[in-house]
Design a protein around this ligand. Sequence first.
Ligand code: ADP
Length: 422
Amino acid sequence: MFRQFHFKFTCFCAGITLCILCTFSVLLLFISEKNLVEKHVLSFQYNMGNLVSGLEQRSVISMEYLMQAEQDGGYLLYLWDGDVPFLFNSAPSHKGQEALVKDALACFTRENEGQTTLQGGGYASVHQEMTYQAPDGSVYDLCRATIKTSSYDGSPLTMLLLAPRTGLQEQLHTQRLWFLLLSFGAGILLSAFAWFFTGRLLRPIEQNRVEQIQFVAAASHELRTPLTVIRSCISTRQPGYEAIMEAESVRMGHLIDDLLLLSGMETGKYSIQKVPVEPDTLLLNVYEQSEPLALAKAQILSICLPDAPLAACEADPERLTQVLLILIQNAICYTPEHGRIALSVSQEGKHTCFQVADNGIGIPKEHKTKIFDRFYQVDSSHHHKEHYGLGLCIAKELIALHHGELTVCDTPGGGSTFRVIL
Ligand code: ADP
């Protein structure tokens, strides 16, 4: 399902970026082609101007000159003295071009509303250019000129010049091909990038989804245990079943409270009320609350307070107490009988640091980061009734709300030491 969504999301992102890319490429191509054609037309007009003025200044227009001009520009050149065609018009290079020339002339006349002589006559030569498409589809630059030569005696020369646009067409084709290739390459790169990028974007969401599924499964599992006990009590009705049912429903209540607390913290609905708190007094209260539990397991619960009173710290006393109780109850639970649990508080620079150290079973290195996950238990086979793996997760979230830090390390000589840094 994730792969399918990833694929669809990639297609969507790549599709949109490709559409934008294609639009801009086509626009750019259009502008570039327009510029290229304009430049070409301008250069053709300039060349025609040069050619016309060259012819204008010549007293003798030789075949060699005309052939050279044709060769240099790759033109088809025709000249008439009044209505009499030049001998050059029937040069071998012009063979088979009669129909083309006729059609070009007709086209020129049609385009210029039947003018046989160009506007702007008088004593000046004139030339006019246009684009001409031959019946076979090939495109030419067409120039018609009326030239008054230096030996002008009243009848001007008429010139018709056809220049195939093959060079320009090739240039345009090459440019289009490059654009196509580049767009294709960019499309592939963009799709690969979109796949990689969306994958990275979706990974935390997918991870979150998997975590949510695991969380719901774990919560359901934990809730089913007391429910099964209650059901069996109802069906068997052994003596004392009411007490068992009550204990199990209390357990269920605690679990539901914890789940609600976590979901409240996750959705940001849960907030803490920070007030100045005396850390030593708070720790002393927690110590007094926990002492009977430790005594029940014949453990030594000690407290170490600094001689000088500590500066008040900003915290929610109720939530801070809850965190310390979680840590102490864990220490009591995971420390064997006659073990030692030491509570202390100290000032470290600007920070107030609470510490709960035990000499219990300790936490293996590879589990140290995972124990703060929901429903995570190092040894799930040794399931303690009041422990379902949410304590440290809640403690961590509560400390995070205080902008503090909850860390764990090994106690020298064995056991675990939890530190709350505010
Ligand atoms: P639980 O309710 O199971 O104690 P926690 O979130 O409080 O859940 O703790 C997660 C796990 O971390 C525990 O199952 C236990 O394996 C380990 N743990 C927590 N505190 C200690 C400790 N003081 N000593 C050894 N292991 C601990």
